[in-house]
Design a protein around this ligand. Structure first.
Ligand SMILES: [Zn+2]
Length: 226
């Protein structure tokens, strides 16, 4: 009995710790079915580890630039964010600079962020999930859409090529390669157009019916705050 009371106390303490966490911003839909460990639906993590800092691209005006210092480093940059119940990497390719932020650009909405590097880098899955689109479309060029469950999706556009291991309909682990940065579709120079989308893909308009979000607007994933 004493032991049970002890466990109850631990459980209550953990609940208390959880209660101090900010409430999830977005909670939609069921989780992705990853299957048990070792299952093909439960893919291993890839090699990617995100850079801790991000800088605006040099020598250019960056539209919708987040707050940054005199050397163009983004201040208070959060490399890993919490989107509802899903932990997502803010920039899924390393050694890049931000060439455009999220929001209105002139009269048109920029529904993602643009990340550029020379030479073009390898793009990775920003969170585990399932590949629900991998195709060529007019504006996006070669693009991949991943369903991370809980109503959270990410899109990777203007790719030069898909990773050979990428499978439409297949599971993809965090940090596994998606493809190579390129300039396919409506892009003037190689960069990744990265979108963070929320909603329900099974609406009548597919990904066009999802809501684009500014990745810089989400809270940092507090990995010590469990
Ligand atoms: Zn873009």
């Amino acid at each position: 009995m004493k032991q049970r009371v002890g466990w109850l106390l631990v459980a209550l303490l953990m609940l208390g710790a959880c209660a101090s966490q900010p409430a999830p911003v977005i909670v939609y839909g069921p989780p992705v079915d990853y299957g048990p460990p070792g299952d093909i639906r439960n893919p291993p993590q890839g090699p990617f580890q995100p850079n801790a800092y991000l800088r605006l691209c040099p020598g250019m005006g960056v539209s919708n630039a987040p707050a940054h210092d005199s050397e163009r480093w983004i201040t208070g940059y959060k490399p890993v964010i919490l989107v509802g119940q899903v932990v997502v990497v803010t920039a899924p390719v390393n050694d890049v600079c931000l060439s455009s932020g999220f929001g209105l650009r002139g009269s048109r909405m920029h529904e993602g962020i643009d990340l550029a590097s020379r030479p073009p880098g390898t793009i990775h899955a920003a969170a585990p999930g399932r590949v629900i689109e991998a195709r060529n479309s007019s504006g996006y060029g070669l693009q991949v859409l991943i369903d991370h469950g809980h109503g959270v999706y990410t899109r990777y556009a203007h790719l030069d090529s898909f990773d050979p291991g990428l499978t439409l309909g297949g599971a993809i682990g965090f940090g596994q390669p998606v493809g190579q940065m390129g300039a396919t579709g409506n892009a003037e120079a190689p960069h990744l157009h990265f979108e963070l989308l929320t909603g329900d893909y099974s609406n009548s308009r597919g990904s066009k019916g999802l809501t684009p979000n500014d990745p810089f607007a989400f809270p940092a994933y507090d990995y010590l705050g469990y």
